[in-house]
Design a protein around this ligand. Structure first.
Ligand SMILES: Cc1nc(NNC(=O)[C@H](CC2CCCC2)CN(O)CO)c(F)c(N2CCN3CCOC[C@@H]3C2)n1
Ligand code: NI
Length: 183
């Protein structure tokens, strides 16, 4: 199982590296990698297991964060209608996005960042995404709200981008144009 000791922290070069596309069929190792990423999120959201294994709670985690520079991440969170979103995305892409932006009013954090970095992180409010499942099936879905933000945060990790790269340096809480904030 993935533990916090397996999570690399800012300063590690892999976090600033563009991760490589995967080819199908996935090797057994890469399939297990995806399953391990999703298992980490589920464990991290379990009060007993997160306490027992000292896990920071997560709704997303990307393979580069455990030093696997591959285009794969997992999301596990309730959506706006309290339906559970839970998947592993392989070779994910944003195929289109809204003009409107959004941001979390409390800012963002990251399992690979052991400090608070304050400020609004502008994100697309709604995105249409494509990815493959671990079994090689192509999926296309529309996301909004926190799931949309999380997808963009994880996709950034595959491109060597950290959330604070998006924060306005001169005024971290500057108004985000054309945006609906999320409390
Ligand atoms: C918003 C939030 N971020 C949590 N952590 N940070 C993360 O997931 C980082 C990724 C998120 C940062 C902003 C968007 C994506 C990890 N990142 O570094 C991966 O690249 C949470 F844990 C959390 N929730 C709310 C939902 N709750 C359901 C029940 O279980 C507890 C859980 C807690 N919400
Ligand atoms: Ni992160």
């Amino acid at each position: 199982m993935i533990l916090m000791d397996n999570v690399i922290r800012e300063g590690h070069p892999t976090l600033r590296t563009r991760a490589k596309e995967l080819t199908f069929p996935l090797s057994p190792e890469d399939k297990k990698l995806g399953q391990d990423l999703l298992e980490f999120l589920i464990n991290s959201q379990d009060p007993v297991l997160s306490e027992k294994y000292n896990l920071r709670s997560g709704i997303g985690i990307a393979a580069p964060q455990i030093n696997e520079s591959k285009r794969m991440f997992a999301l596990h969170l309730p959506d706006d209608n309290d339906n559970q979103i839970s998947f592993v995305a392989v070779n994910p892409k944003i195929v289109s996005h809204s003009v409107e932006n959004t941001y979390l009013t409390n800012g963002e954090g990251c399992l690979s960042v052991d400090r608070n970095v304050a400020g609004y992180v502008p994100r697309h409010a709604r995105i249409t995404v494509k990815f493959h499942t671990l079994d090689g099936e192509e999926k296309k879905m529309r996301l909004k709200g926190i799931p949309a933000i999380a997808f963009q945060h994880e996709l950034d990790h595959l491109n060597g981008v950290m959330f604070y790269d998006h924060i306005n340096e001169s005024n971290p809480f500057a108004d985000v144009p054309n945006s609906q904030p999320i409390e």
